[in-house]
Design a protein around this ligand. Structure first.
Ligand code: NAD
Ligand code: UGA
Length: 461
């Protein structure tokens, strides 16, 4: 029986970094809709109903609490909720396929297809299916064939509504997005479905920021947005390598080019490399599509964005080993930060994973500190536990260490007492700033040998 208190029944399948916060925001802004977030992971669903949410995201708990048990519900009963829903957002993970055709590049769509088949089997009324997950171009077409190919007397419309939020700023990104993109088929029923999704967002987002287009352009725009963002980081990181050779300063170069309004100042922070669950996956997806259509030069162009990122991570480790007299065996090395960026506990594809593994291969003893990601880090490194230690206090992590490497730009690391830290370290003490967040001259004057990214090293020998 439909619940008369609400004028729309929305289901989101997938209660992860996107599904949870996005639905919490819709629920907070639209009390007239009933929103249910469903997932097969029972532990996660339980956590969404407590004060300890399954993900760390600033401001998220407050938004969830506004609507939880009012018009926002979490459930593992996917079947029952599919039946009741008018609109179903699908926000499950779409990892890179690791087998068969397209292995290592294209998205593994088996989970998506399973959900599509489940929806068709269970549904007994018309539904709008919204692709929230990032999917390869033309997935919607394939899904529509599954939905409407079963000769049921009900109709399914598939709409693409990619998500552009970034972790750490998800709440403000959702509240005040640059744009909302909604793609559908240019048929009458496609346009009606698209308008129903526009209506949801129009509850709090100005109409001129809600853009609509055909479904393929929408799917492709999501991949291209991530590819362009990642490309900027690889571009600045490639120049950081040149700066280190020529004694130019990457921060000065970034400032000078960023003041050109055509280039703009954002996303020009040189770093140890980009991480996160999506950039690499989405670029490789784009590469695969280009290769599929025989556009090998285009594929290579984008693949190089990922290669430069790997090069940047590798360069960082090489720099550490070389600076520490070409041996780090049995040396204690403190990693400040493990999350792929600040203000998240997410460690997926974090450069810190690769760097820890390389340091462990050289038999270093790596002590990891991070305010939010130690649980994920322990999971990521469970096969090399003998070489790593997890420490919640950065002062203890760096005690008797030969080196500190800053992996994540947490505010916390900018405000530590580095004099105190220096005193307790082995000498000579090294500091590798993989995020360029410290005042390097000041740190050098304390006594550290300092190795920033894309700037000359400051050493006492
Ligand atoms: P996630 O791994 O955090 O969450 C996905 C959830 O889906 C998991 O909780 C998993 O248990 C659930 N799930 C998987 N298969 C299921 C099934 N058959 N039935 C029910 N639940 C199922 O992933 P995420 O980071 O939220 O990403 C989801 C999608 O959104 C991806 O395609 C990603 O590329 C895209 N995206 C992510 C971000 C981000 O910041 N993380 C931003 C924009 C877009
Ligand atoms: C990114 C995009 O910014 C979102 O728009 C997109 O929705 C999302 O991917 C996705 O599809 O998953 P996210 O990965 O959460 O968001 O975080 P970003 O802020 O983009 O940072 C990605 C990585 O690049 C981080 O490791 C970050 O430290 C690094 N980065 C970022 C730099 O090294 N330098 C910069 O100047 C900016």
């Amino acid at each position: 029986m439909p619940d008369k208190r609400f004028n729309k029944n929305i289901l989101c399948i997938g209660a992860g970094y996107v599904g949870g916060p996005t639905m919490a925001m819709i629920a907070a802004k639209c009390p007239q809709y009933k929103i249910t977030v469903a997932d097969t992971n029972e532990e996660k669903i339980k956590a969404w109903q407590t004060e300890n949410l399954p993900i760390y995201e600033p401001g998220l708990l407050e938004v969830v609490k506004k609507s939880r048990d009012r018009n926002l519900f979490f459930s593992t009963d996917i079947e029952e909720n599919i039946k009741k829903a008018d609109i179903i957002f699908v926000s499950v993970n779409t990892p890179t396929k690791m087998y068969g055709i397209g292995a290592g590049k294209t998205a593994d769509l088996q989970f998506w297809e399973k959900i599509a088949r489940d929806i068709v089997r269970i549904a007994d009324s018309d539904k709008i299916i919204v692709e929230k997950s990032t999917l390869p171009v033309r997935t919607a077409e394939a899904m529509e064939r599954i939905f409407n190919g079963m000769n049921k007397k009900i109709h399914f419309d598939v709409v693409s509504n990619p998500e552009f939020l970034a972790e750490g700023t998800a709440i403000s990104d959702l509240e005040n997005p640059d744009r909302i993109l909604i793609g559908s088929r240019e048929t009458e029923s496609g346009r009606i479905a698209r308008e129903k999704i526009v209506e949801i967002y129009a509850n709090w987002i100005p109409r001129d920021k809600i853009i609509t287009c055909d479904i393929w352009s929408s799917e492709l725009s999501k991949l291209v947005a991530n590819a362009f963002l990642a490309q900027r980081i690889s571009s600045i990181n490639s120049i950081s390598a040149l700066c280190e050779k020529t004694e130019a300063d990457i921060a000065k170069v970034a400032r000078a080019i960023g003041m050109d309004s055509r280039i703009g100042p954002k996303f020009l922070n040189a770093s140890v490399g980009f991480g996160g669950s999506c950039f690499k996956k989405d670029i490789l997806n784009l590469v695969y599509i280009c290769e599929y259509y025989g556009l090998h030069e285009v594929a290579q162009y984008w693949e190089n964005v990922v290669k430069i990122n790997e090069y940047q991570e590798e360069r960082f480790v090489q720099k550490m080993i070389h600076a520490m007299f070409n041996t780090i065996a049995h040396k204690r090395i403190a990693l400040f930060g493990f999350a792929f960026k600040a203000n998240t506990g997410d460690t997926r594809e974090s450069p810190a994973i690769y760097i820890t593994r390389k340091l462990a291969e050289e038999r270093a003893h790596v002590v990891i500190n991070d305010p939010e990601s130690l649980r994920n880090a322990a999971q990521d490194l469970k096969d090399i536990r003998e070489y790593v230690e997890f420490e919640t206090d950065p002062y203890k992590a760096s005690q008797e260490a030969h080196a500190i490497a800053i992996m994540t730009e947490w505010e916390l690391y900018k405000t530590l007492d580095y004099k105190k830290i220096y005193k307790r370290m082995e000498k000579p003490a090294f500091l590798f700033d993989g995020r360029n967040i410290l005042d390097h001259q000041e740190i050098y004057e304390i006594g550290f040998n300092v190795y920033p990214i894309g700037k000359p090293a400051l050493t006492h020998f």
